[in-house]
Design a protein around this ligand. Sequence first.
Ligand SMILES: [Zn+2]
Length: 324
Amino acid sequence: MVNAVWEDLIGQESLVSRCKAMVASGRVPHALIISAPAGAGKSTLAEILTRALLCTHGNAPCGICSNCQKVLHGNHPDVVRIGISGKNTVVSKSVEQIISELAVKPYEGGRRIVILEDAHAMSLAAQNKLLKSLEEPPEASILLLLCDTLSSLLPTIISRCAMLRMCRVPTRDLAQLLVNRWGMMTMRAQVIANLSDGWVGRAMQMARDDSIWQIREEAFAVLRYLSSPGGIFLAYQHVTPLRARWPQLISFWQTILRDCLLEDASLFIHKDHAKDLAALRSRYHDGALRRKCASLIRAEYDLAQNANPSLVMDSLLLDLMAAE
Ligand SMILES: [Zn+2]
């Protein structure tokens, strides 16, 4: 694991101040919810906070003391991480494990920290089981619940936890950050800032993934095929091998059509594809472009809801091809 520091949590300055104050005062709630969408950096925050809570040096987390090192290497005896590893729900059995882990007296850190990675996936029965433990928390134990969507948690769970809510960074600031801090080209930084929807963790993941630019070229290629007679078969051929990347492909189409709807070319995300954008604008009027945007949002939603991906893509390609 990377030796991340508070300063790496860009855009989360007020949250970081709260966490630092909490650690410095020693008054830490027995249960905390870290809330943000997937890929926003919840695990990084949980990891830094865990080290800060166990660190024996002044400037916590120092990253070099024995406690910090053990947390970094995943072998601290007082830190337990529980995830769902490929399953869809956190069942009562996992919560029983959480409760028994919280009850163990700390071996060396002075605190026992249990991290539940996918708290939003807890079944109702699992949440009800956890409630009792939240009402009577064991001494010296801290539970960190990492949650993608708060709406999945019972209000009674939420009300018994302190809330650490991560926030978005405006896309313009995020693009600037990618240019200044990671030396990224402006065009690429703008694309990634928009695709990541202002979440720094997602942007960082994308910035490390060179294949994303190939997906962008495919996104433009498929739109070109769909604009030519009989091109839908070529479009199918191109999208089929990219199945695992369809959510990203859909995000690219959204940003491409967004560019097509803008009057001011200086605001385009895909400035380097001006010719493709002009061709799309001349082929489809604004009403048709807006309908295609709506189809993309629907497809994104359907895929997230586990609809049959092939059916979603079939219908989407037809919508993207439609002249009206
Ligand atoms: Zn330390």
